[in-house]
Design a protein around this ligand. Sequence first.
Ligand SMILES: Cc1ncc(COP(=O)(O)O)c(C=O)c1O
Length: 412
Amino acid sequence: MEKLALLGGTPVRNTGYPQWPVFDERDVEAVVAVVQSGNWGGFPYPGPQTAEFIRRFLALQGGAYGVAMMNGTVTMEVACRAAGIGWGDEVIVPAYTFQATAAAPMAAGALPVVVDIDPDTYCIDPQAIEAAITDRTRAIIPVHLGAQMADMDALRDIAARHNLIVIEDCAHAHGARWRGQGAGTLGHFGSFSLQSSKILTAGEGGILICKTQELADRAASIIDCGRPHDAAEQMYTMGTNYRMAELQAALANVAIERFPQQAQEREAMVAYMDESLSEIPGVRMLKCDLRHTARSFYRYIFAIDPDIFGLTHEIVCRALRAEGIPADEGYPPLHQYELFQPHLSRLPVPSAYAERLRFRPGQFPVSERAATREAVWLNENVFRAGRQGVDDVIAALQKVYANREALAAYWR
Ligand SMILES: Cc1ncc(COP(=O)(O)O)c(C=O)c1O
Protein backbone atom coordinates (compact mmCIF):
# COMPACT_ATOMS: atom_id res chain seq x y z
CA MET A 1 0.00 0.00 0.00
CA GLU A 2 1.39 3.42 -0.95
CA LYS A 3 2.11 5.71 1.97
CA LEU A 4 0.02 8.90 2.24
CA ALA A 5 1.80 12.19 1.57
CA LEU A 6 0.39 13.43 4.89
CA LEU A 7 2.32 10.62 6.59
CA GLY A 8 5.58 11.17 4.70
CA GLY A 9 4.83 9.44 1.36
CA THR A 10 5.02 10.88 -2.17
CA PRO A 11 2.06 13.01 -3.32
CA VAL A 12 -0.11 11.72 -6.16
CA ARG A 13 0.22 15.07 -7.93
CA ASN A 14 3.06 17.52 -7.62
CA THR A 15 2.40 19.68 -10.68
CA GLY A 16 -0.44 21.72 -9.19
CA TYR A 17 -3.62 22.63 -11.10
CA PRO A 18 -4.17 25.52 -13.52
CA GLN A 19 -4.10 28.97 -11.93
CA TRP A 20 -7.13 31.17 -11.32
CA PRO A 21 -7.88 33.76 -12.50
CA VAL A 22 -6.73 33.27 -16.07
CA PHE A 23 -5.34 36.43 -17.67
CA ASP A 24 -3.26 37.61 -20.61
CA GLU A 25 -2.40 40.77 -22.54
CA ARG A 26 -6.07 41.46 -23.24
CA ASP A 27 -6.69 42.19 -19.55
CA VAL A 28 -3.70 44.49 -19.39
CA GLU A 29 -4.82 46.35 -22.52
CA ALA A 30 -8.38 46.69 -21.24
CA VAL A 31 -7.19 48.20 -17.96
CA VAL A 32 -4.71 50.50 -19.68
CA ALA A 33 -7.45 51.76 -22.01
CA VAL A 34 -9.65 52.66 -19.03
CA VAL A 35 -6.77 54.33 -17.21
CA GLN A 36 -6.01 56.40 -20.30
CA SER A 37 -9.67 57.35 -20.72
CA GLY A 38 -9.63 59.03 -17.30
CA ASN A 39 -13.06 57.50 -16.63
CA TRP A 40 -12.04 55.07 -13.87
CA GLY A 41 -14.98 54.98 -11.50
CA GLY A 42 -18.69 54.30 -11.67
CA PHE A 43 -20.07 57.84 -12.01
CA PRO A 44 -22.04 58.66 -14.04
CA TYR A 45 -23.70 55.26 -13.76
CA PRO A 46 -23.48 53.16 -15.86
CA GLY A 47 -20.19 54.01 -17.58
CA PRO A 48 -19.50 52.59 -21.05
CA GLN A 49 -17.59 49.51 -19.81
CA THR A 50 -20.29 48.81 -17.20
CA ALA A 51 -23.11 49.16 -19.72
CA GLU A 52 -21.28 46.79 -22.06
CA PHE A 53 -20.74 44.26 -19.28
CA ILE A 54 -24.44 44.32 -18.38
CA ARG A 55 -25.30 43.70 -22.04
CA ARG A 56 -22.84 40.80 -22.35
CA PHE A 57 -23.87 39.24 -19.05
CA LEU A 58 -27.58 39.26 -19.94
CA ALA A 59 -26.71 37.71 -23.30
CA LEU A 60 -24.92 34.91 -21.45
CA GLN A 61 -27.31 34.33 -18.57
CA GLY A 62 -30.68 35.52 -19.88
CA GLY A 63 -32.97 38.08 -18.29
CA ALA A 64 -33.79 41.55 -19.53
CA TYR A 65 -32.62 43.96 -16.81
CA GLY A 66 -29.24 44.02 -15.09
CA VAL A 67 -27.67 46.36 -12.54
CA ALA A 68 -23.89 46.09 -11.99
CA MET A 69 -22.52 46.69 -8.50
CA MET A 70 -19.49 46.42 -6.22
CA ASN A 71 -19.95 42.80 -5.16
CA GLY A 72 -22.33 39.88 -4.81
CA THR A 73 -23.38 40.77 -1.26
CA VAL A 74 -24.71 44.26 -1.86
CA THR A 75 -26.59 42.85 -4.86
CA MET A 76 -28.79 40.90 -2.41
CA GLU A 77 -29.14 43.79 0.02
CA VAL A 78 -30.20 46.02 -2.87
CA ALA A 79 -32.66 43.37 -4.09
CA CYS A 80 -34.30 43.39 -0.64
CA ARG A 81 -34.43 47.16 -0.53
CA ALA A 82 -35.71 47.45 -4.13
CA ALA A 83 -38.52 45.06 -3.19
CA GLY A 84 -39.37 47.18 -0.15
CA ILE A 85 -38.10 44.60 2.33
CA GLY A 86 -36.66 45.93 5.59
CA TRP A 87 -37.25 46.35 9.29
CA GLY A 88 -39.73 43.87 10.75
CA ASP A 89 -39.62 41.58 7.70
CA GLU A 90 -38.31 38.03 7.57
CA VAL A 91 -36.24 36.52 4.78
CA ILE A 92 -35.72 32.75 4.61
CA VAL A 93 -32.17 31.55 3.89
CA PRO A 94 -30.47 28.13 3.92
CA ALA A 95 -28.23 27.11 6.83
CA TYR A 96 -25.50 25.91 4.45
CA THR A 97 -24.15 28.94 2.60
CA PHE A 98 -21.67 31.78 2.75
CA GLN A 99 -22.46 34.40 5.40
CA ALA A 100 -23.39 36.98 2.73
CA THR A 101 -26.72 35.23 2.05
CA ALA A 102 -27.88 36.08 5.57
CA ALA A 103 -25.83 39.26 6.11
CA ALA A 104 -27.41 40.96 3.06
CA PRO A 105 -31.02 40.94 4.30
CA MET A 106 -29.71 41.99 7.73
CA ALA A 107 -28.01 44.98 6.11
CA ALA A 108 -31.41 45.88 4.65
CA GLY A 109 -32.87 45.68 8.18
CA ALA A 110 -34.65 42.32 7.80
CA LEU A 111 -34.31 39.19 9.91
CA PRO A 112 -32.75 36.17 8.16
CA VAL A 113 -34.70 33.06 9.12
CA VAL A 114 -32.44 30.06 8.73
CA VAL A 115 -33.77 26.70 7.48
CA ASP A 116 -32.20 23.35 6.67
CA ILE A 117 -31.09 21.96 3.31
CA ASP A 118 -32.00 18.95 1.19
CA PRO A 119 -29.47 16.10 1.75
CA ASP A 120 -29.55 15.17 -1.96
CA THR A 121 -28.51 18.60 -3.28
CA TYR A 122 -27.25 20.56 -0.26
CA CYS A 123 -29.56 23.38 -1.42
CA ILE A 124 -32.48 24.85 0.56
CA ASP A 125 -35.20 22.33 1.48
CA PRO A 126 -38.62 23.45 0.16
CA GLN A 127 -40.45 21.70 3.01
CA ALA A 128 -38.36 23.54 5.57
CA ILE A 129 -39.26 26.81 3.84
CA GLU A 130 -42.99 26.06 4.13
CA ALA A 131 -42.58 25.29 7.82
CA ALA A 132 -40.75 28.59 8.47
CA ILE A 133 -43.22 30.94 6.79
CA THR A 134 -44.92 33.45 9.11
CA ASP A 135 -47.03 36.49 8.38
CA ARG A 136 -43.81 38.53 8.42
CA THR A 137 -42.06 36.45 5.73
CA ARG A 138 -41.39 38.53 2.64
CA ALA A 139 -38.70 36.70 0.69
CA ILE A 140 -36.70 33.53 0.15
CA ILE A 141 -33.03 33.48 -0.85
CA PRO A 142 -32.23 30.07 -2.36
CA VAL A 143 -28.52 29.48 -2.96
CA HIS A 144 -27.45 27.46 -6.00
CA LEU A 145 -24.57 25.84 -4.17
CA GLY A 146 -21.46 24.35 -5.78
CA ALA A 147 -22.61 22.69 -8.99
CA GLN A 148 -26.23 22.30 -7.82
CA MET A 149 -29.40 24.33 -8.18
CA ALA A 150 -32.18 24.65 -5.63
CA ASP A 151 -35.52 23.12 -6.70
CA MET A 152 -36.81 26.20 -8.49
CA ASP A 153 -40.14 24.59 -9.43
CA ALA A 154 -40.98 24.02 -5.77
CA LEU A 155 -39.70 27.44 -4.76
CA ARG A 156 -41.67 29.29 -7.37
CA ASP A 157 -44.78 27.41 -6.32
CA ILE A 158 -44.26 28.33 -2.63
CA ALA A 159 -43.50 31.94 -3.53
CA ALA A 160 -46.64 32.23 -5.65
CA ARG A 161 -48.87 30.73 -2.94
CA HIS A 162 -47.47 32.97 -0.19
CA ASN A 163 -46.79 36.07 -2.26
CA LEU A 164 -43.04 36.03 -1.58
CA ILE A 165 -40.11 37.58 -3.40
CA VAL A 166 -37.44 35.13 -4.62
CA ILE A 167 -33.83 36.36 -4.71
CA GLU A 168 -31.60 33.66 -6.21
CA ASP A 169 -28.08 33.71 -4.80
CA CYS A 170 -26.18 32.73 -7.94
CA ALA A 171 -22.66 33.46 -6.69
CA HIS A 172 -21.76 29.90 -7.77
CA ALA A 173 -24.10 29.60 -10.74
CA HIS A 174 -22.84 31.66 -13.70
CA GLY A 175 -24.01 29.83 -16.81
CA ALA A 176 -26.29 27.38 -14.93
CA ARG A 177 -29.76 26.65 -16.34
CA TRP A 178 -32.98 25.18 -14.98
CA ARG A 179 -35.28 23.75 -17.68
CA GLY A 180 -33.22 25.77 -20.15
CA GLN A 181 -33.72 29.05 -18.30
CA GLY A 182 -30.75 30.88 -16.79
CA ALA A 183 -30.18 30.74 -13.03
CA GLY A 184 -31.07 34.15 -11.67
CA THR A 185 -33.91 34.67 -14.14
CA LEU A 186 -36.36 32.29 -12.44
CA GLY A 187 -37.10 34.43 -9.38
CA HIS A 188 -37.64 38.18 -9.04
CA PHE A 189 -33.89 38.75 -8.73
CA GLY A 190 -30.69 36.87 -9.53
CA SER A 191 -27.58 37.92 -7.62
CA PHE A 192 -24.11 37.14 -9.04
CA SER A 193 -20.67 37.71 -7.55
CA LEU A 194 -17.53 38.50 -9.57
CA GLN A 195 -15.23 38.12 -6.54
CA SER A 196 -11.77 36.75 -7.28
CA SER A 197 -12.50 33.03 -6.75
CA LYS A 198 -15.69 33.03 -8.85
CA ILE A 199 -15.79 31.43 -12.32
CA LEU A 200 -16.50 34.84 -13.83
CA THR A 201 -14.33 37.35 -12.02
CA ALA A 202 -13.16 40.93 -12.11
CA GLY A 203 -11.42 40.67 -8.74
CA GLU A 204 -14.51 42.15 -7.13
CA GLY A 205 -17.91 42.98 -8.57
CA GLY A 206 -21.49 41.85 -8.73
CA ILE A 207 -24.52 41.98 -10.97
CA LEU A 208 -28.20 41.78 -10.14
CA ILE A 209 -30.68 40.50 -12.71
CA CYS A 210 -34.12 42.00 -12.09
CA LYS A 211 -37.45 40.64 -13.27
CA THR A 212 -38.97 44.02 -14.20
CA GLN A 213 -37.87 47.41 -15.42
CA GLU A 214 -39.31 48.99 -12.29
CA LEU A 215 -37.27 46.80 -9.93
CA ALA A 216 -34.14 47.47 -12.00
CA ASP A 217 -34.76 51.24 -11.96
CA ARG A 218 -35.15 51.15 -8.21
CA ALA A 219 -32.01 49.02 -7.78
CA ALA A 220 -30.02 51.37 -10.05
CA SER A 221 -31.19 54.34 -8.00
CA ILE A 222 -30.27 52.66 -4.69
CA ILE A 223 -26.71 51.96 -5.85
CA ASP A 224 -26.27 55.42 -7.40
CA CYS A 225 -26.79 57.57 -4.30
CA GLY A 226 -30.55 57.70 -4.82
CA ARG A 227 -30.51 59.42 -8.21
CA PRO A 228 -33.50 58.54 -10.38
CA HIS A 229 -32.92 55.95 -13.13
CA ASP A 230 -36.48 55.58 -14.43
CA ALA A 231 -37.46 57.00 -17.81
CA ALA A 232 -39.44 59.83 -16.22
CA GLU A 233 -36.55 60.62 -13.81
CA GLN A 234 -38.97 60.78 -10.91
CA MET A 235 -38.01 57.82 -8.75
CA TYR A 236 -35.62 58.93 -5.99
CA THR A 237 -34.59 56.43 -3.31
CA MET A 238 -32.64 56.35 -0.04
CA GLY A 239 -29.56 55.43 -2.01
CA THR A 240 -25.90 54.87 -1.40
CA ASN A 241 -22.84 54.31 -3.58
CA TYR A 242 -22.54 50.65 -4.58
CA ARG A 243 -21.67 51.34 -8.25
CA MET A 244 -19.40 49.05 -10.23
CA ALA A 245 -16.20 50.89 -11.28
CA GLU A 246 -15.13 51.07 -14.93
CA LEU A 247 -11.78 49.43 -14.16
CA GLN A 248 -13.62 46.43 -12.76
CA ALA A 249 -16.08 46.32 -15.65
CA ALA A 250 -13.20 46.35 -18.16
CA LEU A 251 -11.78 43.18 -16.56
CA ALA A 252 -15.23 41.61 -16.45
CA ASN A 253 -15.68 42.28 -20.18
CA VAL A 254 -12.53 40.33 -20.98
CA ALA A 255 -13.33 37.55 -18.51
CA ILE A 256 -16.75 36.98 -20.04
CA GLU A 257 -15.16 36.38 -23.45
CA ARG A 258 -13.25 33.44 -21.98
CA PHE A 259 -16.16 32.10 -19.96
CA PRO A 260 -17.88 29.81 -22.55
CA GLN A 261 -14.64 28.00 -23.40
CA GLN A 262 -13.75 27.51 -19.72
CA ALA A 263 -17.25 26.29 -18.92
CA GLN A 264 -17.07 23.78 -21.79
CA GLU A 265 -13.71 22.54 -20.62
CA ARG A 266 -15.02 21.87 -17.09
CA GLU A 267 -18.23 20.31 -18.33
CA ALA A 268 -16.31 17.84 -20.50
CA MET A 269 -14.42 16.54 -17.47
CA VAL A 270 -17.30 16.45 -15.02
CA ALA A 271 -19.05 13.45 -16.58
CA TYR A 272 -15.78 11.58 -16.25
CA MET A 273 -15.51 12.65 -12.61
CA ASP A 274 -19.12 11.60 -11.85
CA GLU A 275 -18.48 8.17 -13.29
CA SER A 276 -15.11 7.62 -11.61
CA LEU A 277 -16.09 8.93 -8.18
CA SER A 278 -19.23 6.86 -7.92
CA GLU A 279 -17.06 3.72 -7.81
CA ILE A 280 -15.19 4.68 -4.64
CA PRO A 281 -16.59 3.11 -1.45
CA GLY A 282 -17.93 5.58 1.08
CA VAL A 283 -18.54 8.32 -1.51
CA ARG A 284 -22.08 9.64 -1.89
CA MET A 285 -22.75 11.68 -5.00
CA LEU A 286 -25.18 14.58 -4.88
CA LYS A 287 -28.22 14.32 -7.11
CA CYS A 288 -28.10 15.26 -10.80
CA ASP A 289 -31.60 16.69 -11.26
CA LEU A 290 -32.71 16.34 -14.89
CA ARG A 291 -34.44 19.72 -14.69
CA HIS A 292 -31.03 21.28 -14.06
CA THR A 293 -30.21 21.42 -17.76
CA ALA A 294 -26.83 23.18 -17.62
CA ARG A 295 -24.55 22.82 -14.62
CA SER A 296 -21.76 25.23 -13.79
CA PHE A 297 -18.74 24.21 -11.79
CA TYR A 298 -17.46 26.76 -9.32
CA ARG A 299 -17.07 23.97 -6.79
CA TYR A 300 -17.88 20.28 -7.27
CA ILE A 301 -19.25 18.86 -4.03
CA PHE A 302 -19.67 15.25 -2.95
CA ALA A 303 -20.19 13.61 0.44
CA ILE A 304 -18.12 11.02 2.19
CA ASP A 305 -19.68 8.60 4.62
CA PRO A 306 -17.66 8.99 7.85
CA ASP A 307 -18.85 5.56 9.03
CA ILE A 308 -17.27 3.83 6.04
CA PHE A 309 -14.11 5.98 5.99
CA GLY A 310 -13.82 6.01 9.76
CA LEU A 311 -12.84 9.65 9.22
CA THR A 312 -14.67 12.93 8.87
CA HIS A 313 -14.24 15.18 5.86
CA GLU A 314 -11.74 17.43 7.62
CA ILE A 315 -9.03 14.80 7.74
CA VAL A 316 -9.95 13.44 4.29
CA CYS A 317 -9.55 16.95 2.84
CA ARG A 318 -6.30 17.48 4.68
CA ALA A 319 -4.95 14.21 3.28
CA LEU A 320 -6.18 15.11 -0.23
CA ARG A 321 -4.45 18.49 -0.10
CA ALA A 322 -1.20 16.80 0.93
CA GLU A 323 -1.63 14.63 -2.19
CA GLY A 324 -1.79 17.83 -4.28
CA ILE A 325 -5.59 17.96 -4.69
CA PRO A 326 -7.41 21.30 -4.11
CA ALA A 327 -10.13 20.04 -1.76
CA ASP A 328 -11.73 21.60 1.31
CA GLU A 329 -14.71 21.12 3.63
CA GLY A 330 -16.65 24.18 2.43
CA TYR A 331 -18.64 26.49 4.68
CA PRO A 332 -19.45 26.07 8.36
CA PRO A 333 -23.20 25.99 9.06
CA LEU A 334 -24.64 29.51 9.31
CA HIS A 335 -25.53 29.10 12.97
CA GLN A 336 -21.84 28.65 13.79
CA TYR A 337 -20.81 31.96 12.23
CA GLU A 338 -20.06 34.45 15.01
CA LEU A 339 -21.87 37.15 13.08
CA PHE A 340 -25.20 35.54 13.82
CA GLN A 341 -24.74 35.11 17.55
CA PRO A 342 -27.27 37.19 19.45
CA HIS A 343 -24.70 38.44 21.97
CA LEU A 344 -23.06 40.36 19.12
CA SER A 345 -26.31 42.12 18.32
CA ARG A 346 -26.85 45.54 19.83
CA LEU A 347 -30.55 44.88 19.97
CA PRO A 348 -31.97 44.74 23.47
CA VAL A 349 -31.94 41.17 24.73
CA PRO A 350 -34.30 39.45 25.10
CA SER A 351 -35.93 40.66 21.92
CA ALA A 352 -37.84 38.70 19.32
CA TYR A 353 -34.96 39.34 16.92
CA ALA A 354 -32.25 37.96 19.17
CA GLU A 355 -34.52 35.08 20.14
CA ARG A 356 -34.89 33.97 16.50
CA LEU A 357 -31.10 33.98 16.20
CA ARG A 358 -30.59 31.85 19.29
CA PHE A 359 -29.70 28.64 17.46
CA ARG A 360 -29.53 25.24 19.12
CA PRO A 361 -26.96 22.61 18.17
CA GLY A 362 -28.74 20.02 16.06
CA GLN A 363 -31.37 22.49 14.86
CA PHE A 364 -30.34 22.06 11.20
CA PRO A 365 -29.15 18.44 11.14
CA VAL A 366 -28.57 18.09 7.40
CA SER A 367 -26.55 21.31 7.15
CA GLU A 368 -24.63 20.41 10.28
CA ARG A 369 -23.77 16.96 8.95
CA ALA A 370 -22.68 18.38 5.58
CA ALA A 371 -20.66 21.19 7.11
CA THR A 372 -19.01 19.33 9.97
CA ARG A 373 -18.68 15.73 8.76
CA GLU A 374 -19.28 14.84 5.14
CA ALA A 375 -18.95 17.49 2.40
CA VAL A 376 -15.85 17.56 0.20
CA TRP A 377 -15.49 20.52 -2.16
CA LEU A 378 -13.23 20.33 -5.22
CA ASN A 379 -12.06 23.53 -6.91
CA GLU A 380 -13.07 24.45 -10.44
CA ASN A 381 -9.48 24.08 -11.69
CA VAL A 382 -9.57 20.30 -11.15
CA PHE A 383 -11.77 20.29 -14.28
CA ARG A 384 -9.38 22.38 -16.38
CA ALA A 385 -6.55 19.89 -16.22
CA GLY A 386 -7.74 17.22 -18.66
CA ARG A 387 -8.42 13.58 -17.74
CA GLN A 388 -5.23 13.45 -15.72
CA GLY A 389 -6.63 16.14 -13.42
CA VAL A 390 -9.60 13.91 -12.61
CA ASP A 391 -7.53 10.70 -12.50
CA ASP A 392 -5.32 12.26 -9.85
CA VAL A 393 -8.32 13.12 -7.65
CA ILE A 394 -9.55 9.56 -7.91
CA ALA A 395 -6.12 8.08 -7.24
CA ALA A 396 -5.68 10.35 -4.21
CA LEU A 397 -9.09 9.47 -2.80
CA GLN A 398 -8.45 5.76 -3.31
CA LYS A 399 -5.15 6.17 -1.51
CA VAL A 400 -6.87 7.94 1.41
CA TYR A 401 -9.49 5.20 1.56
CA ALA A 402 -6.87 2.43 1.51
CA ASN A 403 -4.96 4.18 4.32
CA ARG A 404 -8.02 5.08 6.35
CA GLU A 405 -6.98 3.06 9.39
CA ALA A 406 -3.48 4.57 9.52
CA LEU A 407 -5.05 8.00 9.08
CA ALA A 408 -7.55 7.44 11.87
CA ALA A 409 -4.71 6.35 14.18
CA TYR A 410 -2.65 9.43 13.19
CA TRP A 411 -5.63 11.70 13.84
CA ARG A 412 -6.22 10.28 17.34
C1 LIG B 1 -22.99 31.77 -1.91
C2 LIG B 1 -22.37 33.14 -1.92
N1 LIG B 1 -23.16 34.20 -1.82
C3 LIG B 1 -22.67 35.45 -1.82
C4 LIG B 1 -21.33 35.68 -1.94
C5 LIG B 1 -20.85 37.09 -1.83
O1 LIG B 1 -20.19 37.56 -2.92
P1 LIG B 1 -19.13 38.74 -2.79
O2 LIG B 1 -17.89 38.16 -2.19
O3 LIG B 1 -18.95 39.20 -4.19
O4 LIG B 1 -19.73 39.78 -1.91
C6 LIG B 1 -20.45 34.59 -2.09
C7 LIG B 1 -18.99 34.68 -2.24
O5 LIG B 1 -18.19 35.44 -2.02
C8 LIG B 1 -20.98 33.30 -2.07
O6 LIG B 1 -20.19 32.22 -2.19
